[in-house]
Design a protein around this ligand. Structure first.
Ligand code: NDP
Length: 275
């Protein structure tokens, strides 16, 4: 039986699974099979984006799965070059058509791209999609506190989620604290630091104690922080491994040890650099 994945509650009482599959850099021709393995393993949340050019594969796997639509949680994102009110509405229609769905659960602004000066207009488009029932929840990704506050000030609506780079080498305690204050859920992208932390001695020591893999320890650390995680894997065994984190716990001492690994170092771009 599929494990029961814990959920977080977004605005409007929308439940989002705390663990999902990320499909960045999964080639289109492999995406349906990868998502099929994830759904079979018990994942019900999938994170894609128009940038990834694999929304069609996500949609194919969903269509073939026979899983009732309301049991699934599908996230996609509007890309930087599609920002602006009308452009975003058009980009959303293309995403919906690729996904072969009639609504998405969560639609995100992929980057603030402040140099374009369009993220408030883009946010207005997301709000109108939500009002029309085409998306259940709206949020952002890679937003700094100043960008979050501008959306809230200008449109009066707080994003449900901010999806940001977050892993033991980049723990973002201040940003996370600011999310809590504003009522925003934190979602971690590259939660495994793209696989670069598996040899870390602190992670390995905790893994040995709990008799789990380093990836499972890192993902469990995220769960206990309360963040949503979307690890990417194309490997069926690792897809299952990454979901199998519900039957053990990290002690406070393990959490403290992992806290010491923060270096403020990124595996991806800084939000102010992306236009
Ligand atoms: P992750 O931190 O999820 O790491 C993925 C890498 O780790 C892959 O190389 C994968 O290899 C490997 N891996 C996965 N599971 C294991 C395991 N159990 N043991 C060992 N290695 C493992 O990086 P991503 O950058 O892919 O981030 C995850 C998701 O976050 C993306 O797919 C995307 O959905 C989202 N994202 C969003 C961004 C944004 O700007 N909003 C930016 C970047 C990512 P293998 O496939 O071979 O298992």
């Amino acid at each position: 039986m599929a494990p029961s994945v814990p959920t977080v509650t977004l605005h409007d009482d929308i439940a989002m699974p705390q663990i999902g599959l990320g499909v960045y850099q999964v080639p289109l021709e492999e995406t349906a099979e990868t998502v099929h393995h994830a759904l079979e393993a018990g994942y019900r949340s999938i994170d894609t984006a128009s940038l990834y050019r694999n929304e069609r594969g996500v949609g194919d796997a969903i269509a073939a799965s026979g899983i009732p639509r309301e049991e699934l949680f599908v996230t996609t994102k509007v890309w930087n070059t599609d920002q602006g009110y009308d452009q975003t509405l058009a980009a959303f229609e293309r995403s919906l058509s690729e996904l072969q769905l009639d609504y998405v659960d969560l639609y995100l602004i992929h980057w603030p791209a402040p140099a374009r000066g369009l993220y408030v207009d883009t946010w207005r488009a997301l709000l109108s999609l939500k009002a029309a029932g085409s998306v259940r929840a709206v949020g952002v990704s890679n937003f700094l506190p100043e960008h979050l506050d501008r959306l809230i000030e200008e449109e009066g609506v707080v994003p449900a989620i901010n999806q940001v780079e977050l892993h033991p080498r980049l723990q973002q305690p201040e940003l996370r604290g600011g999310h809590v204050e504003r009522g925003i859920v934190t979602e971690a992208w590259s939660p495994l630091a793209k696989g670069g932390l598996m040899d870390d001695p602190v992670i390995q020591k905790v893994a040995a104690r709990v008799e789990r893999t380093p990836a499972q320890v890192i993902l469990r650390w995220h769960l206990q922080l309360g963040t949503v995680v979307i690890p990417k894997s194309s490997n069926p065994a690792r897809i299952r491994e990454n979901l199998d984190i519900l039957s053990f716990e990290l002690r406070e001492a393990d959490m403290d040890a992992i806290r010491t690994l923060d270096r403020g170092s990124r595996v991806g771009a800084h939000p102010s650099e992306v236009a």
